[in-house]
Design a protein around this ligand. Structure first.
Ligand code: BDP
Length: 703
């Protein structure tokens, strides 16, 4: 029980009555289609039915002849489906949607899984298996589902040497040395897991790109991966290093307006499509954190993106151009930079360019307000970039279910076109009627036996995929689903653990960055507290740049009296953040610098409230540990032990964040830690020592 099987375990249904009922409902498989994708779907369905129900069904019949038939396919691949009156329903489901419906075929009770395309069938099969895995009834089914977002992407920050930038789950899955000759079975299992969520694109390489990926040597390797993923409806994308024409093309410049450079990209792209005929397109980080880009030549982001867009357009490809930019000059407020650089370019991008925006204006912090760019460029499709790998939220050690985080951002109302202009509606393209829509999640997947470094982090991969398919789903529903599929359907387990998960991200916010604090972690690793960091290479890599604590108070004044970052938001969001009384306390210190004695809604002083939150965060983790300890009878020993050890570590580390931050901020507030709270174990100097560790290294079982 290493966790390798993820949520696709397919263990036999435990409840005998339910098993018997299911076995009666599934007696025959009618699945005549034979394309690569349909074969993958069939194989999955057979695997699932064998595991869950112990039934080894062949798929020989062309039409249902028994009650309890499962009829699967498209109207084109299965005559029996074409004969059913499903046309109008199917029409509404588009390219990738599916339906699962209880019907009668010549007097035989039949469940039909149908779609317009083979990949829709694959998604329907996974949904059907999920019904069995989560103990749902199989009678009177009337399910139809279609994705709200077209391109549902994982972004791997994987390097060609197999290291993973901000990866906490081992080496990269992509074994560039043995590709294209060796196809590791993991590639297929990776594709299965993604397809089960509806993820249909993967950018294989780090945004801090290496131009070598564009050479023939590597393109054939990427093509071998694309060959595996294709049967699961997944397209491959690559990161394009802007200076590639110089580095691997031998040109003197990478100026996007230079005809030779433009031609180089066109030729390179044509070559690429020879290897990967359904290549998705390029993902680009340019003029950000030292990466080359069009600004090196006095051009703008649109010049750069459009050049690549022109190269991929004849092949049907797209360009995902990132808005995570900051370079050279340190701005007075980094939170303003993406908007300042991109908003003026609205309307100047080609049709096949989509701007990829991180969820917040800074950088994947435990909590950020939504990026003001969302809704500010109505003529340009904008996609969401979430970070599934938990660079800033405790990496693979801390339990932090990100479903609540993703939902908080997607549900936020930008008011860009009045009330109801949620981030989700901008990202799904419905608000501004865009023809492409996309969402990306920075993957948390590696070679670890459990894929994600921590079994609970599998839930973040899962919830990301589910929300990319349907952002209206609730985080709690998804947690419940994941738990049932990953552990057990026993409510004595599912109910308390769902609650644990739902509270978990707020706990992390509390003991790391409560009340709108941000970017106060240790430098470089981004692990552990570091509010004292003040000597980084760039001022905006310093914690002091962000928290601005002094004897008068704490927080970053982004109101009109400060950097006026609030002006980047549409009214009335702008007014809400401008006025301290109206600003939700979760974002208080993001937008305001306030005195230590500022009176909070609770009646507390700001100082006492801050301390309360830090302590509350730790006690909530303690509670989580106790809850988990009582659940041993429900979980296999291996996974129980692994999670127990991680929760113990999380508690120690939560104290480390709490004590480091509280003691440091106390040097400014000069106010006491309120009575009743346990004293920090050490003096501030001990926490500031870069060699401080709260606990000895991880036990071997977890490494
Ligand atoms: C930051 C990471 C850095 C990434 C960067 C990005 O620390 O490793 O390269 O984001 O998104 O948060 O480009």
């Amino acid at each position: 029980e290493s966790g390798y099987r993820l949520w696709l375990r397919y263990d036999k249904v435990k409840d005998p009555a339910l098993l018997e009922n299911y076995q009666r409902m599934v007696t025959q498989l009618v699945f005549p289609g034979k394309s690569a994708v349909l074969n993958a779907a069939k194989q999955e369905l057979k695997l699932g039915l064998k595991g869950l129900l112990g039934q080894d069904l062949n798929a020989a019949a062309v039409s249902p002849t028994l009650s309890g038939a499962l009829l699967v396919g498209t109207p084109a691949s299965a005559k029996a489906i074409a004969a059913l009156p499903l046309a109008s329903k199917l029409k509404a489901l588009g390219k990738e949607g599916f339906l699962i419906q209880s019907v009668q075929v010549k007097g035989k009770a039949t469940t039909v899984i149908a779609a317009n395309s083979d990949v829709g069938v694959l998604y329907g099969v996974f949904k059907y298996l999920q019904l069995l895995q989560t103990g749902k009834p199989l009678s009177n089914l009337n399910i139809s589902s279609a994705p709200k977002i077209q391109l549902r992407m994982l972004n791997h920050w994987d390097n060609l040497d197999r290291s993973v930038e901000r990866g906490y789950a081992g080496l990269s899955l992509w074994d560039w040395k043995t590709l294209p000759d060796v196809s590791n079975p993991r590639y297929r299992d990776y594709a299965r897991a993604n397809a089960s969520l509806g993820i249909n694109g993967t950018a294989l390489t780090n945004v801090n790109a290496n131009a070598k990926i564009l050479t023939k040597e590597y393109l054939v390797k990427a093509a071998a991966l694309a060959d595996v993923f294709r049967s699961y409806g997944i397209k491959v994308y690559l990161t394009a290093r802007f200076s590639a024409p110089i580095e691997v093309g031998g040109l003197k410049t990478a100026d996007p307006l230079d005809p030779a450079v433009r031609q180089w990209w066109k030729d390179k792209t044509t070559e690429l499509y020879k290897y990967i005929p359904d290549f998705g397109g390029f993902l680009v980080k340019a003029n950000s954190e030292g990466q080359p880009g069009p600004q090196n030549y006095g051009r703008n982001h649109a010049d750069g993106a459009n050049m690549l867009a022109d190269a991929v357009a004849p092949h049907g490809g797209i360009v995902m151009w990132r808005a995570f930019v900051y370079d050279n000059k340190v701005p007075e407020d980094r939170a303003k930079q993406a908007y300042s650089e991109f908003k003026p370019l609205d309307g100047t991008f080609r049709k096949n360019v989509i701007v990829q925006v991180k969820n917040g204006p800074i950088d994947f912090q435990p909590r950020e307000p939504f990026s003001p760019l969302f809704g500010a460029m109505p003529k340009t499709p904008q996609m969401m970039e979430f970070q599934i790998t938990m660079e800033y939220l405790g990496q693979s050690t801390h339990l932090s279910y990100l479903g609540t985080y993703f939902k908080e951002v997607l549900d936020a109302d930008t008011y860009s076109k009045g009330k109801g202009s949620t981030v989700a509606r901008i990202v799904d393209g419905s608000l501004d009627k865009h023809s492409i829509s996309a969402m990306a999640g920075v993957a948390n997947i590696g070679l670890d036996s459990n894929w994600c470094g921590n079994i609970f982090n599998q839930a973040n991969w899962y919830v990301y995929g589910r929300l990319a398919w349907d952002h209206d789903l609730q985080a709690e529903t998804i947690a419940d689903e994941w738990l049932k599929m990953t552990f057990t359907s026993d409510s004595g387990f599912v109910a308390p653990v769902t609650q644990m998960m739902m509270a978990s991200r707020e706990n992390v916010v509390n003991y790391m960055t409560p009340l709108g604090l941000h970017h106060i972690m240790s430098e470089g690793t981004h692990y552990g507290p570091g509010p004292w960091v003040n000597s980084a290479e760039r001022p905006d890599w310093n914690s002091t740049y962000y928290h601005r604590a002094d004897s008068a108070g704490i927080g970053f004044d982004r109101t009109s009296k400060g950097t006026n970052a609030v002006a980047q938001y549409a009214a009335p969001v702008r007014e809400m953040f401008e006025q301290v009384e109206k600003t939700p306390e979760a974002y208080l210190l993001w937008f305001h610098h306030l005195p230590w004695t500022y009176k909070m809604k609770s009646g507390n002083t700001l100082w006492n409230e801050l301390v309360d939150r830090y302590y509350f965060g730790v006690s909530a983790v303690q509670l989580t540990r106790h809850t988990w300890a009582g659940l041993e009878p429900h979980v296999d020993a291996q996974r129980f032990k692994a999670i127990t050890a991680l929760l113990e570590r999380q508690e120690q580390e939560a104290k480390w964040y709490r004590d480091g931050c509280v003691l440091y901020f106390q040097t400014f507030s000069k106010m006491p830690i309120p009575a009743g709270y346990e004293k920090p174990a050490h003096e501030l100097a001990a926490y500031m020592n870069p060699n401080f560790i709260p606990m000895p290294p991880l036990p071997a079982i977890l490494q």
